[in-house]
Ligand binder design. Structure first.
Ligand code: HEC
Ligand code: HEC
Length: 136
């Protein structure tokens, strides 16, 4: 009887240690859903790029980012940035590819700068604060 309890205690302690180690190694942030921007991008860099989109298109973050599920009460007023539920996000990815291609293929003089970050031609060059630039 005593023997069984000892084994149980050892088992619980071992499980506790294993879980603690796993928890201390697991990153707090879930993996990003980035298909174009570099995976190792810093939060500050990502944020500054996103801010330029708002300015260039004259929109707010919710133009491309869907809100959290309404049932998720804790998050009900925030946007789920990793979600692809808002179709405009994928449209924006096409525009990002277009902009990167233009810079990389026609303006990529400075090889020290990653083409994703080269802004000779940028969203604002065409958009001028409009989400849908007028064709004329
Ligand atoms: C014109 C569309 C557009 C606007 C406006 C926009 N975003 Fe984004 N955002 C994107 C796209 C597209 C991606 C994914 C990029 C990729 O796949 O590499 C993204 C990715 C992100 C991510 C990374 C999410 C993840 O996968 O972890 C964050 C955070 C983010 N945006 C925040 C913002 C914030 C904050 C704003 C407002 C200041 C904003 N975005 C405005 C298009 C937009
Ligand atoms: C070379 C010019 C040019 C550049 C650079 C450019 N866009 Fe666009 N973009 C356009 C035009 C023109 C339209 C309107 C297309 C239409 O009405 O069908 C558009 C439309 C869009 C739309 C609306 C969705 C759609 O497909 O109509 C989004 C979102 C967008 N652009 C985001 C961006 C972002 C973000 C950047 C920078 C990463 C960017 N654009 C760079 C010309 C450009």
């Amino acid at each position: 009887m005593l023997h069984k309890r000892k084994i149980l205690i050892i088992f619980i302690l071992t499980a506790f240690i294993v879980v603690s180690i796993a928890a201390s190694k697991a990153p707090v942030l879930k993996e990003r859903n980035l298909k174009i921007l570099p995976k190792d991008i810093s939060d500050a860099k990502l944020d500054s790029i996103m801010q330029t989109y708002n300015v260039a298109l004259g929109v707010k973050c919710n133009f491309c980012h869907a809100p959290y599920d309404k049932m998720n009460f804790a998050m009900k007023d925030s946007l789920d940035y990793a979600s692809d539920a808002e179709p405009m996000k994928e449209e924006a990815r096409k525009m990002m590819r277009l902009t990167i291609d233009i810079n990389k293929n026609y303006f990529y003089y400075n090889k020290d700068i990653r083409p994703e970050y080269l802004h000779v031609v940028h969203c604002k060059t065409c958009h001028q604060g409009e989400p849908f630039p007028p064709e004329d």
